[in-house]
Design a protein around this ligand. Sequence first.
Ligand code: GLY
Ligand code: MN
Length: 461
Amino acid sequence: MRPWNLRLTDRLIQPSDFAHRRRRLLDGMRPGSIALVPGGIEQRRNRDINFPFRQDSDFYYLTGFCEPDALLVLIPGRDQGEAIVFCRERDAASERRDGPVLGPEACQLALGVDDGFPVSDLDDILPGLLEGRTQVYMNLGEHLLWDHRLMMYLEHLAKQRSADEPEVGEIVTLGHLLHEQRLIKSAKEQELMAQAAQISVAAQCRALDVISPGLTEADIEAELHYSYRRQGARSEAYPSIVAAGENACILHYVQNASVLLDGDLVLIDAGCELQYYASDVTRTYPVSGRFSSAQRDIYDIVLAANRAAIDACRPGNHFNQPHEAATLVLVEGLIELGLLQGDSEQLIAQGDHEKYCPHKTSHWLGLDVHDVGDYRLGNLWRDLMPGMVLTVEPGIYIPRDDSTAEIAEAYRGLGIRIEDAVLIQKQGCQVLTEGLIKDPDDIEAWMATRADRTDMTRVVA
Ligand code: GLY
Ligand code: MN
């Protein structure tokens, strides 16, 4: 069986791990409360065809269950059971068409929850579970259908409630509790994320072996996706960005339709998803195999910023310190090249550097590529702690437009980003994507000798 189809018990994260996560969440909930965690709903692509279904990350984190139309209910201290799942019922005709469905009884057993009910019985059962609960935890605004359902049930309960019964006093976002939990990755999560990173690294090595003038961005994207699937990752974690030449100045360029031209750079920002965990890595390569002197000027600054940010990834530093370290290197480099004028700290304070460096350096990485978890606690940047995974992705982008008409032509149209995924450890950090070369001399040497290696790397990935 293909790894992306693994049964629950064959995945690295096991039913007992999901149960442990539910226990921790239940322990953090207030007495008398209830949490509703809706699973994902299928999205129509066109006519009777849906997009490939991908489970909601919060729901997956707590269950490992991958079918659509499910709901997890958690009720701390409930004598008859604290964890209940609603899911689709089995149906021979639809299973022949769309594949097997677990059904409530098997789902209860497989997930190790206390009860399993058909989702079609929700209207009969859920109001009874909500009754008498003083607080409801749910992420509102994410699934409008579920928001609407909750309001309907609460309205119904309010009408029926007698004066001496408690009423639901608060609806609280579940994120405060759950996303703090998701932010610190367990040993198994770290292992999966390291594997996902390694698959993406191998895929980019494969792509690097074929980059040459005349190919299209789509050809490179195809190499990446082929490699993901051959290595057991079902899909990308986000739409792959393969941006040649000036396209790299569009931060989330996903058209991937242009031709790679001799003399251009190509930026590849692409990562696979493995057993629901994302990877995210970016490199920028010369299409011809050699950087021009202007490309190398900018590349060296971005690489120095990437390294300075990684140096700042350690416990005790706060989340923004890698960004601050990277930004200073970027701005001082741009001043040295004459692309910015003035004092670095003043330029940064005024935001003048954003003309060329418009985005932040890091985001959390986990089940979601832009993973959950607050970046600040109150007004302060939160401290980095072991088990957190973040990206480090400084970039310089110099579009060929009116805003850059005054600068040397060789710098115009360049977009360079170098991104790694970084796991914070007790001391310092581990760069999960460090297997992918980024030193410009190494890149040129690799591209110059790749004909000798092509057969070998194709077997590997
Ligand atoms: N690599 C895509 C992003 O971070 O937005
Ligand atoms: Mn990223």
